[in-house]
Design a protein around this ligand. Structure first.
Ligand code: GLC
Length: 608
């Protein structure tokens, strides 16, 4: 919730004066400042007071490192973002709130005092903020088939965001990942439209029952449309599919998101049959806005307009093409002044009709009024205590447990007995960064103790009984036949977006294979726990493993994995994606007739 500028109970007129506006105590405030009027009436009144520059400013979104509060005032900037990992220094919740309030004061110092919206990628918790609760990435949440849980995760994320003031989340990604070579597969809830559609419940958690709630943040369905359907899983590539398939596979989650009242939609970098989405007027305006009835606003992706002509940077023509296609706000992180100039030129030159600018402003301002930003523009620091709270971490632990998929379990390898003598190995066993994946503290994520949390090994040590012995060796050296069980926790190192595209194979790397080999050599029951953003090519090695658990990217609460390994929580997860027999089979999906290693929906229970 943002704190109320009117909190001290002054009548609106005086409070308006408190804004520093030129108003006498007996004057009524301008209608747009009267929260008793309808949002539509407030928007109409405000639009009527805005200059062209005021309106263009509302359509401009710089990145925080490239704009100051004074420039927000001067250029009437309507929104600011943190790109992945872009945090104030020090990276503490309090300094996030100070940063947000600083930018907001810049906005409120403008003649019309239009507050900004501040956007971040809180895609698995408020993940840019040190100490925030990091939830499982979407592919793990898809394995839970539990929309009520996902909604609660959205609400918890919104609470942690509200404490820092941040009021706009570039989430959920409702992409339908069709090729596991794609670096953003883990951002997808699954390979069939039904799963992302089901998990748009996150939107309700983020936005609340209505947008004006104390911790409501604006949700964003992304990336419109077909980002998960590109040829070869090429991030930002070309989805060469017929319209029938685009509508059947990739559009339904956006329909579901619109139905839930999602406030924003972000356009995909990708193309559809050779045309960049950022200039696709048919899909953005005719389909999303008119056919689906989307009344929120459309935001570009980061420098997304630069790619329209395939050349670096953006031109006047690209600005006009994007805005005329139906993009209402442009994420133009560094060259935002040039964007403002180009758009002004295009409007004055007739390249962009004023009606398009007014429609974009109407959509953006409507969300600002609905969010309550005009009444409560500043961070509500009473929610700072929710960041990384015990309650949120318990919720995350439960989500981790529910997301675990037991793929193989022979000779009773699992569950472990509480007093077992257990040998744990693997690069991902004792590493918060590895188990959290990309979009964690930094854009790409990285190995190491990057933020407070509980590793999978910590969890095993905590969950195991008092009579247990737990030995850890990262590379597996030191194991012998005296152990009751060997657990290899291995998988992928963190990545995000195109950095995660893997066209050269999806197998485990040598270090992990060697670690598993050392454990195998001891001749004790061997369980492999895969910490990865997608299925991996492990069919050849699988016969040598007694049990296999897909842990996905669990985030900071590693105990959830241990809860399942010890049977304190039954494995309930079911595959949200088909598991290949070989990377050569990609793309491989439910119903395509290819013979998978594990089918979509596969998942064992302990009484199987
Ligand atoms: C990125 C991503 C998008 C994200 C945006 C802002 O490149 O494609 O998902 O919301 O930039 O960080």
């Amino acid at each position: 919730m943002r704190s109320r500028l009117l909190a001290f109970g002054l009548p609106a007129a005086l409070a308006f004066a408190a804004y520093g506006g030129p108003v006498r105590a007996d004057q009524r405030p301008a209608p747009y400042l009267d929260r008793h009027l309808s949002v539509a009436a407030r928007v109409d009144d405000l639009l009527g007071r805005m200059s062209l520059d005021d309106k263009i400013g509302q359509m401009t979104q710089p990145e925080r490192r490239y704009v100051t509060p004074e420039e927000i005032t001067r250029y009437r900037v309507g929104s600011v973002l943190s790109s992945g990992g872009s945090a104030p220094n020090p990276n503490t919740p309090e300094s996030w709130a100070d940063m947000y309030d600083g930018f907001q004061r810049g906005a409120l110092a403008g003649p019309l005092r239009i507050p900004i919206m501040y956007g971040v990628d809180a895609v698995h918790g408020h993940n840019n903020v040190l100490g925030a609760t990091i939830f499982p990435h979407n592919i793990g949440l898809g394995a839970t088939r539990d929309p009520a849980l996902v909604r609660r995760i959205g609400a918890a994320t919104a609470e942690e965001m509200a404490g820092t003031g941040v009021d706009w989340d570039f989430a959920p990604c409702v992409c339908v990942a069709r090729d596991d070579r794609w670096g953003r597969t883990y951002e997808s809830f699954g390979e069939v439209p039904e799963l992302p559609s089901m998990m748009t419940a996150l939107i309700d958690g983020l936005q609340g029952d209505g947008l004006g709630g104390p911790t409501s943040v604006l949700a964003t369905a992304k990336h419109f449309v077909g980002d998960g359907g590109t040829e070869g899983g090429d991030d930002r590539g070309d989805a060469k599919v017929q319209e029938k398939e685009l509508r059947a596979v990739h559009l339904p989650p956006f329909r579901a998101a619109v139905k839930r009242g999602v406030g924003a939609v972000m356009v995909s970098y990708s193309s559809w049959n050779g045309l960049r989405m950022h200039q696709n007027r048919y899909l953005i305006t005719d389909v999303l806005k008119k056919e689906l009835g989307f009344t929120g606003f459309v935001v570009s992706d980061y420098k997304g307009i630069d790619d329209i002509d395939g050349k670096p940077g953006f031109t006047r023509q690209e600005v006009a093409a994007a805005v005329n296609a139906g993009i209402d706000m442009v994420m133009v992180p560094t060259e935002w002044r040039r964007f403002i100039d180009y758009l002004r030129d295009e409007v004055k030159g007739g390249g962009v009709p004023m009606s398009r600018v007014d429609d974009a402003n109407r959509r953006i301002l409507t969300k600002k009024f609905e969010l309550g930003l005009f009444e409560r523009p500043m961070a509500d620091r009473s929610y700072l205590k929710t960041i990384g709270s015990a309650a949120h971490r318990r919720l995350a632990r439960r989500a981790v447990a529910e997301s675990q998929v037991l793929l193989k379990n022979e000779d009773g390898a699992l569950p472990l007995d509480d007093d077992d003598k257990v040998f744990v190995a693997g690069r991902s066993a004792h590493d918060i960064g590895m188990q959290s994946g990309g979009w964690t503290i930094t854009w790409q994520g990285r190995p190491g103790p990057i933020t407070p949390g509980t590793t999978i090994l910590d969890g095993i040590r905590e969950v195991a009984g008092p009579g247990a012995t737990v030995t850890y060796s990262k590379d597996g050296n030191g194991i012998d036949s005296s152990y009751d069980a060997a657990i290899a926790v291995v998988g992928e190192t963190p990545y995000a977006e195109y950095h995660g595209d893997r066209t050269g194979g999806l197998g485990l790397d040598d270090a992990d294979l060697k670690t598993i080999g050392r454990l195998r050599g001891a001749g004790v029951p061997l369980t492999v726990v895969l910490v990865s953003g997608r299925p991996l090519d492990i069919a050849k090695e699988l016969p040598n493993w007694d049990a296999l658990v897909a842990a996905w990217l669990p985030g900071t609460e590693g105990e959830g994995v241990a809860d399942v390994l010890y049977g304190h929580a039954d494995p309930r997860g079911r595959l949200p994606v088909t598991w290949m027999r070989s990377a050569d089979q990609e793309p491989i999906n439910k119903g395509d007739g290819k013979k998978a290693l594990f089918a979509f929906g596969h998942g064992l229970a302990y009484d199987d």
